[in-house]
Write a protein that binds this ligand. Structure first.
Ligand SMILES: [Zn+2]
Length: 265
């Protein structure tokens, strides 16, 4: 009776496909989050600029109001100048006028600074608005594409999981348990054996094991990595001497040769 490896190989294929979908499901939400973060950070930047422009406008208005008030005072002082009786009062008023004028000069400089700052923030706001006009739509389109990809990965995985459940039922319990145990240990459960080597852990198989594997009479696991072995080459040609005289690995031969030559010296 032949050991049927086909369901196990199919199971591994399904498990690898599920793992690939899980990776996508893990990665894509992060990409989606990055799109959302970029948009909300630009949005916050825009709100910040608008707030700043509002503050600047308020400050400018306040400064303009103060200038207006000081100009009123100066006009009043100038009126008073006409009716003062003493030099002392006269020079006191001139001092007041001078001080008010100095305050006005300072405030006017501040107002100009506010205007320059307003222009800068206005230009920045325009750049953000332009970004929203041109880039936001592209970003949202990309995000929608990724969301579709994610939905597909989820649907695919769900289908694969149902398929896996069916496949699992067809396997003998001991075989399935071995499969799961090795998978948890190694990530994959199956390994191809070729030219007497396990192609996963690259350890040479014993000739008897390799022969049994090629004859496909039972489940065979790699002595080194425990993976369930499969063989895709041609069936074995009967070679009666092969089993009787086990072949040594090249490493063993090399070690033996070196050992002999070094002890010979
Ligand atoms: Zn192995």
């Amino acid at each position: 009776m032949e050991f049927d490896l086909a369901p196990l190989r199919k199971l591994q294929e399904i498990d690898l496909a599920i793992a690939a979908r899980l990776k996508v499901e893990d990665e894509l939400p992060r990409q989606i989050q990055a799109f959302d973060d970029e948009i909300s950070s630009r949005q916050a930047e825009m709100e910040g600029e608008k707030g700043k422009l509002g503050d600047l406008q308020k400050s400018k208005k306040t400064a303009e109001g103060e200038v207006e008030l000081l100009r009123g005072k100066i006009a009043h002082y100038k009126d008073q100048l006409l009716s003062v009786k003493t030099n002392r009062e006269y020079s006191a008023l001139l001092k007041e006028i001078d001080s008010a004028q100095k305050k006005i000069d300072g405030l006017e400089e501040t107002i100009i600074a506010y205007m320059i700052e307003t222009d800068e923030h206005h230009a920045h706001l325009k750049r953000i608005e332009a970004w929203f006009q041109s880039e936001r739509a592209k970003l949202l389109a990309n995000k929608a594409g990724i969301e579709r990809e994610l939905a597909k990965a989820r649907a695919d995985r769900s289908a694969l999981e149902s398929q896996r459940l069916e496949m699992e039922k067809t396997l003998p319990e001991t075989v399935y348990r071995t499969y799961v145990r090795v998978r948890e240990l190694r990530g994959t459960s199956l390994a191809e054996a070729r030219d007497q080597f396990c192609m996963e852990c690259h350890v040479r198989l014993r000739p008897q094991v390799y022969n049994d594997l090629r004859s496909n009479i039972r489940m065979i696991t790699c002595d080194s990595c425990d993976r369930i072995l499969f063989y895709d080459g041609p069936p074995p040609v009967a070679q009666p001497d092969e089993a009787a005289a086990p072949m040594e690995s090249e490493e063993e031969l090399d070690a033996a040769t070196q050992g002999r030559s070094s002890t010979g010296d």
